[in-house]
Design a binder for this molecule. Structure first.
Ligand SMILES: [Ca+2]
Length: 461
């Protein structure tokens, strides 16, 4: 017991040095595991959870050997250890048994929580195999022929068990398979550009910048134009002779943001975006993180008399606006900073974040909108595609990193138009994932659209 306690303090000295943080983290873990649960990894505490963990462990043993039902050897080892060396068994099994028991009482059931049980499974499996080996020796020793050549038989028996184990050990093949997989693996963007290279080599192709296709893949396309949130429209694409468009399902390209401001009624408009209306040193309509140090500044505002200033990283200034699902929205803000951008850590110093909220005010989608603010006022923007259950969008501004201040002014929020890409014009699709605007998406869905009269017509539907 004393060793356990000593071991704990040696392993986690910060449980003493930073007791506050430690307790805070322990509390939030307990809350997550016991009370809240975790989406996608929540089960029923008690017997169902216990059964679940057993099936996971069984699966792990079975995937280690080619022999079917290898888990029987583990159980065999477990039982024989109990009968053969009860004292060692109690010491050996006390941790895994009490751990599995405790974890079964929780709501959350990440399989990764059972990783610490693997060494014990290996031990009991080893004991099982050893007992089988002993049994074979015992049987052989019964015959007088074997008794005369005991050493020889013992060695043969050992080699036999060793060979069977080696041949039946799966990970070796898995490593080989994994290596082959990585060597030949092609993700959606690579497959899409391969397809174009092979089948549409001589066509003029418009490529969406937001797909972030690697240059090596782009180089396979002879005649392409990268387009971001430019002013290209369906008609432009058609008139400029593009034969195909490489894009994803729901996407933003065209639609000048400035154009769409007038189209917008109250939905999606931000209140007091210039921070001119204040009461008690706080801008009306905005929420300010009380722990931060946001202040209304009159030092060189972008527009009129005031702007907002912060020096503290990750402290938010936010406002919620109503929004409709399945539409694109954008935020624009004037941003400046006295953070001197020199090294790597000085870039990406500012957040212009958007979050989509559902009925219960839960964040269902987020675009971090990490941007760099420079000493001169400059416009920075972020966009978001509001998913199905969106009811509101939260605009969140903050400094992200660096030494110094960030100022914000003239915040605008609006719905933006986007190309209505017609499904029937999809020539081929690759991958399945969503496209994130601020991160490198994994396996995004890449569609090749044929640009023809129908493509243009679909825009006006
Ligand atoms: Ca202002």
């Amino acid at each position: 017991m004393a060793t356990t306690i000593a071991g704990f303090f040696v392993g986690c000295p910060y449980s003493v040095f930073a007791l506050n943080t430690f307790l805070h983290h322990v509390g939030s873990e307990v809350q997550q595991y016991k009370v809240r649960g975790h989406p996608g990894a929540t089960g029923v505490p008690g017997i169902p959870q216990f059964k679940y963990y057993l099936s996971v462990l069984k699966g792990w043993v079975d995937s280690t050997f080619f022999l079917r039902n290898s888990w029987i050897i583990t159980i065999f080892g477990f039982v024989t250890c109990f009968l053969w060396r009860t004292k060692s068994f109690i010491i050996l099994s006390s941790f895994p048994l009490s751990y599995i028991f405790y974890m079964s009482l929780q709501k959350v059931n990440f399989t990764r929580n059972m990783i610490c049980i693997i060494p014990f499974i290996a031990l009991f499996t080893g004991i099982g195999i050893y007992q089988i080996y002993r049994f074979i020796l015992f049987v052989l020793n019964k015959s007088s022929f074997a008794k005369q050549r005991e050493v020889l038989f013992k060695n043969c028996c050992f080699i036999l068990v060793f060979v069977i184990l080696t041949l039946s050990f799966k990970p070796i093949t898995m490593i080989q398979n994994g290596y082959n997989y990585l060597k030949t693996y092609k993700e959606s963007r690579t497959r899409a550009t391969d397809y174009i290279e092979k089948n549409l080599a001589n066509s003029k192709i418009a490529v969406s910048k937001e797909l972030r296709i690697h240059q090596n893949d782009l180089d396979k396309i002879k005649n392409y134009v990268l387009m971001g949130s430019s002013t290209l429209s369906e008609i432009d694409l058609y008139e400029e002779g593009f034969a195909y468009l490489l894009s994803s399902d729901s996407f933003l390209y065209g639609g000048d943001i400035a154009d769409s401001i007038e189209d917008l009624a109250p939905i999606g408009s931000v209140l007091n975006g210039g921070f001119e209306v204040i009461s008690k040193d706080k801008p009306n309509s905005w929420q300010v993180d009380p722990a931060g140090d946001w202040k209304v500044s009159q030092e060189q505002p972008y527009g009129a008399d005031r702007c907002m200033q912060t020096t503290q990283s990750w402290s938010w200034l936010w406002q919620e606006v109503s929004a409709k699902p399945k539409r694109w929205y954008a935020v624009e803000a004037q941003v400046r900073s006295d953070i001197i951008v020199e090294g790597k850590g000085d870039y990406d110093n500012t957040f212009v974040t958007l979050e989509c909220l559902d009925n219960e005010d839960q964040v269902i989608w987020r675009e971090w909108g990490i941007v760099t603010a420079f000493p001169q006022w400059d416009i920075r923007e972020n966009k978001i595609y509001a998913p199905q259950n969106t009811r509101k969008i939260r605009i969140k501004l903050a400094k992200r990193l660096g030494e110094g201040s960030v100022w914000f002014d003239d915040v605008q929020f609006m719905e933006v138009s986007y190309l209505k890409l017609p499904k029937e014009n999809i020539v081929k699709s690759f991958g399945w994932g969503k496209v994130r605007l601020d991160l490198y998406s994994i396996e995004p869905k890449v569609n090749i659209y044929k640009i023809d009269e129908n493509f243009v017509r679909a825009a006006f539907k």
